[in-house]
Design a protein around this ligand. Structure first.
Ligand SMILES: [Zn+2]
Length: 675
């Protein structure tokens, strides 16, 4: 019985085997191979043990982790495995084809753009960038070609106000804040292929180009409006730059768009004694001025048809879009220009736009265009040609087979399902449009809301000051606000970190490596055989891994985290019941086999946990002296990746527990406003 695997190929060893008690299987004539699993392994050399494991493990369908596919495509594990040589050959061929198909799949991923006016809080992070990173990492590990883009959203009034508050020129302010946000993104392990800026030259050119195309195609209307002009400031004032007394309640600091005191919506001309919020000047007058409107109402039919053609969109996404399309008078035209200094100057393609001098595009018009421009920035930053980014974005240049996924908070859904697609459709050019939108609800903080303006909650820089990013990544992703809002509390955070990361995963790796070092030395031990407990472990792992992969592919973040945690637990339970420390006294070879499997389990954990906790994963792989983090093609092979004699070292503590004292300290520190 040199080759256990051959035995499997020649017989119908299907899923039934595992459900059949071993003695019954023996009676069925599967004799030596199974009966010998234990004894043969004991006397055999390590090289003979490996095929036995393969035999044991490959005999069941739930085991193949199988090939990767995008949501909704692919085959079941059952189809992938079978018996009989010809079937096996067919399957090998099929696996090769699937591998090739997988290598060809291309996934474009964008995260909603974080606004430039300050450091983001953890609620912002988990509402878009972090789950997008989880998906990008998983897709890369599966062998797909991924382009993962994000950028800072830099235009608009709040950026100007924040710069003024910081006493800086707005361009300098944005450059500095971009650098800060990029550094924090690196700190959290966000694996963007490029982190761009909506103020980039590429976005200027593309935004002006698209506006020009929209105008040529009749989707831009020039509308004359009467607007407040400040002679002292030498500019038109946006509504919120005008202050005065509310005609409704008498509040003296009402803004031109709304009275904060009585919440009445206002027009700037309603205000009593209006003044400029910039200079305080009352030397204001109403002047005639022109603005550009995107005629979205004319694109309603095309937008609706496009939305109806999207397959597998969540009901929430579709219903939000449909509501905007059909409620009241239907989709409204949108003003896409503003009277600001900071922004993308209004031009018609490369030409001046008469009557629009001194105006810029509205931030909501240019920000989503940055998704595309960011790819152009990425190409330039990497010394690549235009073809390199266009094959991701132009369906006439190769983007037709790109699968494009957007991540965002739910409040951003209308812009991404209507306004941005309207821009792309109206251009008449073959731009890639989104295939799937993953949107999130809100994360709350300790009984209230995270708030940037109020400085409430934990912000990205503060989080990294107190703990490594993996602690945060794990908690945030495993509590992602998917189907409803979720809440951060320090107690819950402490409990999750201590239980999931320290007690379950960290402890498993520590126990296995330390036990091995003390009994067998710092190398994977050889010898020993496997029995029913390994078969049970293998079956459980196979099923769970398949479920985990399915959740990851479907971007079901919380469910994926729960399944990953269950996979970690499975290993602990196996170790507890196999009890190598007890076996070692009676049967050291059996203990060696258990530990060999457990070391391989630790490696498997490092590989499949990587999208959630990349730093800990790297530390585990480094301790196990393995750099291979590709997703397992098959579980049986993955459980033999580290063969007898493979050297390793005991890793440093992977996750330190959070003490009550530390938790209470942070609770107090973060209870008020950010200083
Ligand atoms: Zn009022």
């Amino acid at each position: 019985m040199e080759d256990g695997a051959m035995f499997v190929r020649g017989n119908s060893v299907g899923p039934a085997f595992i459900k059949t008690p071993i003695p019954a299987a023996l009676e069925n004539g599967m004799l030596g191979a199974i009966a010998g699993m234990h004894s043969l392994g004991r006397i055999g050399a390590g090289t003979q043990v490996a095929p036995l494991v393969r035999f044991l493990l490959s005999g069941q369908s739930s085991f193949a982790t199988g090939s990767c596919h995008l949501v909704g495509v692919g085959c079941t594990a059952r189809e992938r495995l079978g018996s009989g040589p010809s079937r096996r050959a067919r399957l090998d061929r099929r696996a090769a084809l699937q591998r090739r198909a997988r290598a060809m799949a291309r996934v474009l991923i964008t995260s909603a753009l974080p606004y430039i006016n300050g450091i983001k809080h953890l609620g912002n992070l988990v509402g878009s960038q972090l789950p997008a990173d989880l998906y990008a990492r998983f897709m890369r590990q599966r062998g797909h070609e991924v382009l993962f883009l994000c950028a800072t959203d830099e235009h608009g009034t709040p950026a100007e106000l924040a710069a003024a508050k910081a006493g800086q020129d707005v361009a300098e302010y944005c450059a500095a804040m971009h650098a800060v946000q990029a550094e924090l993104a690196r700190g959290f392990g966000l694996s963007f292929d490029h982190f761009g800026r909506s103020s980039s030259p590429q976005n200027h050119r593309l935004t002006q180009h698209l506006a020009g195309r929209l105008a040529e195609n009749g989707y831009i209307e020039e509308v004359s409006e009467r607007q407040v002009y400040s002679r002292a400031d030498g500019r038109f004032l946006p509504d919120r730059y005008i202050e005065g007394t509310c005609p409704n309640c008498g509040y003296e600091r009402a803004r031109g768009d709304q009275c904060e005191n009585c919440t009445k919506q206002l027009e700037p001309t309603d205000l009593i004694e209006p003044r400029s919020a910039i200079s305080g000047s009352t030397d204001l007058e109403v002047r005639e001025t022109k603005h550009l409107y995107l005629r979205q109402s004319r694109l309603r039919g095309e937008l609706e048809a496009w939305i109806d053609s999207r397959e597998g969109w969540p009901v929430l996404t579709t219903s939000i879009a449909k509501k905007w399309l059909t409620d009241g008078e239907g989709l409204q035209d949108r003003g896409i220009t503003r009277d600001l200094d900071w922004g993308i100057p209004v031009r018609r393609g490369t030409e001046p736009w008469p009557g629009m001098e001194g105006k810029v595009f509205y931030v909501w018009f240019d920000a989503p265009i940055e998704y595309i421009a960011c790819a152009a920035e990425w190409a330039e930053a990497n010394g690549l040609s235009d073809e390199a980014w266009e094959r991701w974005w132009r369906t006439d240049k190769g983007a037709d087979d790109v699968h494009y996924v957007q991540f965002m908070g739910k409040d951003n859904v209308p812009f991404h399902t209507l306004s941005f697609p309207a821009t792309l459709i109206g251009s008449g050019e073959p731009w890639k449009r989104v295939d799937y939108i993953k949107s999130f609800n809100y994360l709350n903080y300790d009984g209230g809301q995270f708030s940037t303006s109020q400085g409430r909650g934990v912000f990205m820089d503060q989080a990294l000051e107190i703990l490594p990013s993996d602690y945060w990544r794990w908690w945030l992703l495993s509590h992602a606000p998917e189907s409803s809002d979720s809440e951060f509390t320090w107690e819950n955070f402490q409990a999750s970190v201590n239980k999931d990361l320290a007690d379950v995963l960290g402890n498993f790796v520590s126990r296995v490596t330390k036990f091995c070092r003390s009994k067998f030395g710092e190398a994977v031990p050889e010898g020993g055989g496997f029995g029913p407990s390994e078969a049970a472990l293998a079956e459980a792992l196979g099923a769970r891994l398949a479920t985990y992969e399915a959740h990851m592919e479907a971007m079901e973040v919380r469910k994926a985290a729960a399944e990953l945690r269950a996979i970690w637990v499975t290993g602990n339970e196996y170790l507890q019941s196999a009890a190598p420390w007890a076996e070692f006294k009676e049967d050291p070879a059996r203990a060696a086999a258990i530990i060999r499997l457990a070391l391989n389990l630790a490696r498997l954990y490092a590989v499949i946990s990587r999208p959630f906790i990349p730093d800990a994963s790297a530390a585990m792989l480094s301790a196990l002296r393995d750099s291979e983090a590709a997703w397992p093609e098959s579980l049986p092979e993955a459980l033999e990746a580290l063969g007898p004699g493979h050297a390793f070292e005991v890793p440093e503590v992977l996750f330190a527990k959070i003490t009550d004292e530390a938790r209470e300290g942070w609770e107090a520190r973060f209870s008020g406003r950010r200083g």
